[in-house]
Ligand binder design. Sequence first.
Ligand code: MG
Length: 385
Amino acid sequence: MTAALVVVGAGEGARLGLGRNKALVEIDGVTLLERSAAAFADVPGIVERVAVVHPVDLATIIDGPIGAALRRAGFGAIVPGSSTRQASTLAGVRATTSAVRDVLVHDAARPFVRSPRIAALLAALDRVQAAFLAAKVVATVKRVNDEGDVVSTEPRDRLRLAATPQGGRRELLLRLLEEAERDGFSGTDEAALFERAGIRPRAVEDDVTNVKITVPGDLELVRGLVPSPTPRVGHGYDIHRLVDGRRLVLGGVELPSDFGLLGHSDADALLHAVIEALLGAAGLPDIGEHFPDTDPRYKDVDSRKLLAATLEALRSRGLKPLQVDASIIAERPRLKAHKSAIKASLCTLLGLPEDRVAVKARTNEGLDAIGRGEAIAVHCVAMVG
Ligand code: MG
């Protein structure tokens, strides 16, 4: 049977204390919201996807790269949440259609849920009308009094830690959410709403790795759960003729010079070589295919814009730059005094720390056209993952 997914990421995440909404906190450059959405990508039976985000972030998300990533992941609606999780969930469920039998609600703060568990949950919903993922309790559970002294040791074999996704029949869940809002009842999860209606939602076995990121320490703990990217290497090369009366731009930095590089764009040979290397590492066609020099849109274009478009192309494939190493070959001007500014610019443009970017400059020892000062060439190796 078909189901809709509602990923709820509308909370403010005050406990994380990061000054931004929790769903937008990043692990290795990818937000919790995108990671949680991606966890459902390969699950059969999910035919509608809705993201619920904080109203403050709505426009930024819809118009920006996160919205684009969500739409690529099949999200047909991104809707504003409300002041409570339950009201946000209701907004999300309302954005699903009656074409689906079931709705799964998932916390954006649980990016490590695994697709076989989600599939098992959906299978359970063919037998019961409400279910949720829940892990067995592995610790010994003690009940204590006000002083913290043990009153009893609880048998743990019947205890479960409720996680998400949780869900059930759409029409039922929608009605229970509306009734709860009307009655001022606040359930801490969707299962509580089914329980309130006398329904016993089924706990479907979950992994202990489906953790909820709540406090700053959680972010550190879960880094080991993020699969490290397989590094991919690309090579880039570019050469531009030096002519009088052109601007000289390298790595997005304009250098003081009476001569500059000739080209259709701003002729930033360094950024072009970096772009070629990044595209190569991603297995994408070269810069000429992406930004043809016959296209008037790219006449005198700032190559930083081409790099930004390249990074977006990588991002849409789940890739980002890990490291860049470039060698500029120029007889004139001498670049020694400008290398650190060029490197700083590359770090900013690529979003990489200093120790992941190298910019080297050398002459061609007076040999050939570069040696005669007629051109500047750049070689670049980039790693992405
Ligand atoms: Mg070029």
